[in-house]
Write a protein that binds this ligand. Structure first.
Ligand code: ASP
Length: 595
């Protein structure tokens, strides 16, 4: 080895030892008679020290010629530091240099490679290999590594086999567009990159593998956001001869194990909420439950299937807006009665932005003197407002924020407002974690634009046995044996119990608008497999990048991916996607018009 130690490991116990370190020059400070160099590697930073009067000319000249990011080898004696630095683990020692060697010079980097850098996002992406030298980015990838190891440990102890599935496959409909790869050997034909290994893991169950998992790359050609990448990683899992309860237990186990072993947090057992209740109380199927602030209904339509009656505490008082809407629903922003007119106006404008699309905001302030002041005082008496306040369990100092409109829209808008108020009130701390299962998703959702039903999870998801009859009468009411794992308002995992009978699978494709022929062409292999002894099975997949970013307390998943793409789906470092030459195109039988 070129070095005896790393730049992160020397302590006072090493004083007196002669060591050789290798790494990058982070900074040099030349005070004439004394020169200091900060040497960095993956493990930390160690200070090197040279005293002009006591060092040979050659070494001093070398030290003076160093620039940022030069790669060097330094041999010297570990010495106690005069002025100690308690901010770094090696801060009590420095290396008194005997020999200094430049292993490779470096150009001046385009941004400062320290924890706080002056480099903008684009520049750092272009020089990602330099950005990766920065400790915060490296730590994110170290966390990812640790997570992957712990996942494998847990899955192994539970008897899961890690099996690799192919990357060049055929389209699997998971609701996104496929990336495709032209086949040179099969003219005019294309592979698709997997949106997930869904069909393969189901086939592995037919093969009797019983418990499968894989930490696997998946590809979806979707518009990008901060938490999305065109290629991302899943912890993909499938089990046979299980009930939904077995899956929930096994993977609750995984999440608890990760929190315990990676973060030292005991999550306790995870709460479960039905999709219907998540929508009712949070207006979202991935509620952030780090804070309460549940919805309170002043007016809401009946939910037939759930056996819930309509409620109406507010119509008939002359306020047309409330009289004419389907739903009036609000939240209690505790302790926010001090909001000024200006703040409320600003919040209203925030809600009216097209991204949210609310028409307006109604408020009730619970003043310190016990009185209630609202934006609809004209229509509602103090007694009316008192009634509302008690529904909201409001106390002095609280602010009730109320939205109205079409049931689905009003709840969605209020869900955004709830998150915003949670943020403003400091209730969404990145170091606190709230996990839950959301269960009993609808099997299907209707796409107004396409005028047809879509699978809410995917076409292989089984309806709840007790709801199968509804497939003939009320498609929207059919619930699925499907579940999501939600942490801090982020859907980190989702899965379902699968259909394993050919007839039911064929029926499902029919409901989704596939002709028999199309279904056979795309999924004949799966339906055929179901005829050769398919066991009951089910599974789940976790978004691994997202899980890592949550554990790291960061919103964006990019820091947890070594070489991510930008918002336009580009890798600006290697400049991809890029054109390919005519010869390659010809081999692939692709004709591209070149202007
Ligand atoms: N394949 C599904 C997904 O990618 C997960 C599953 O159902 O297991 O979301």
């Amino acid at each position: 080895m070129l070095r005896t130690h790393t730049a992160g490991e020397l302590r006072t116990s090493h004083i007196g030892q002669t060591v050789t370190l290798c790494g990058w020059v982070q900074t040099t400070r030349d005070k004439g008679a004394l020169i200091w160099i900060d040497l960095r590697d993956r493990y930390g930073i160690t200070q090197l020290f040279i005293e002009e009067a006591k060092t040979d000319r050659n070494t001093i000249d070398t030290a003076r010629s160093l620039g940022r990011e030069f790669v060097i080898s330094a041999t010297g004696v570990v010495t106690e530091r005069q002025s100690k630095n308690d901010k770094i683990p090696t801060g009590e020692i420095e290396i008194y240099i005997i020999k200094l060697e430049i292993l490779n010079a470096a150009k001046l980097p385009p941004f400062i490679i320290e924890d706080n850098t002056d480099g903008g996002e684009d520049l750092r992406m272009k020089y990602r290999y330099l950005d990766l030298r920065r400790a915060p980015v490296r730590k994110s990838l170290e966390l990812r590594h640790k997570m992957a190891q712990e996942v494998r440990k847990y899955m192994d102890t539970q008897g899961f086999l890690e099996v690799e599935t192919p990357v060049l496959i055929k389209s699997t409909p998971e609701g996104a567009r496929d990336f495709v790869v032209p086949s040179r050997m099969n003219q005019g034909e294309f592979y698709a990159l997997p949106q997930s290994p869904q069909t393969f893991k189901q086939l592995l169950m037919v093969s009797g593998f019983d418990r499968y998992f894989q930490i696997v790359k998946c590809f979806r050609d979707e518009d990008l956001r901060a938490d999305r990448q065109p290629e991302f990683t899943q912890i993909d899992c499938e089990m046979s001869f299980i009930t939904q309860e077995d899956i929930l237990q096994t993977f609750e186990g995984l999440v608890k194990y990760l929190f315990k072993n990676v973060k030292g947090i005991d999550t306790g057992s995870l709460p479960r909420v039905t999709y219907a209740d998540a929508m009712k109380y949070y207006g979202s199927d991935k509620p952030d439950t780090r804070f309460e602030m549940k919805f309170v209904e002043l007016k809401a339509p009946a939910l037939k299937r759930e056996g819930i009656e309509a409620v109406d505490f507010i119509s008939g008082k002359g306020f047309q807006v409330f009289d004419n809407v389907e739903t009036v629903v609000g939240i209690n922003a505790k302790g926010s009665a001090g909001y000024t007119r200006k703040q409320i106006d600003e919040l209203t404008e925030w809600l009216k932005r097209p991204q949210i699309g609310a028409k307006g905001l109604i408020y009730v302030k619970c003043e310190e003197d016990g009185s209630l002041k609202s934006s609809v005082d004209k229509f509602y008496s103090p007694e009316d407002l008192q009634k509302w306040a008690s529904l909201f369990k409001a106390e002095k100092g609280d602010l009730l924020l109320i939205l109205c409109g079409d049931d689905v829209k009003a709840r969605k808008q209020l869900s955004e407002l709830r998150l915003e108020m949670g943020t403003r009130l400091g209730l969404r701390n990145k170091d606190s974690y709230s996990c839950l299962w959301v269960l009993d998703f609808p099997l299907l959702e209707f796409g107004e634009d396409e005028n047809r039903w879509f699978a809410m999870h995917h076409p292989f998801t089984s309806p709840k046995p007790e709801d199968i009859a509804l497939l003939e009468t009320d498609l929207g009411a059919v619930r699925a044996n499907a579940y999501d794992m939600v942490i801090n308002g982020v859907e980190v995992g989702g899965g379902s119990i699968r259909i394993f009978q050919r007839e039911l699978q064929a029926k499902m494709f029919g409901i989704l608008g596939f002709s028999d022929e199309e279904a056979k062409k795309q999924f004949g292999f799966l339906m055929d497999a179901f005829e050769y002894g398919a066991p009951p099975h089910g599974g789940i997949a976790f978004g691994f990048d997202r899980l890592c970013s949550l554990f790291g307390g960061v919103d964006s998943i990019r820091d947890f991916i070594a070489f991510p793409k930008n918002n336009a789906g580009r890798d600006v470092m290697i400049d991809s996607p890029s054109t390919i030459d005519q010869k390659q195109l010809k081999e692939l039988h692709i004709a591209v018009k070149i202007d």
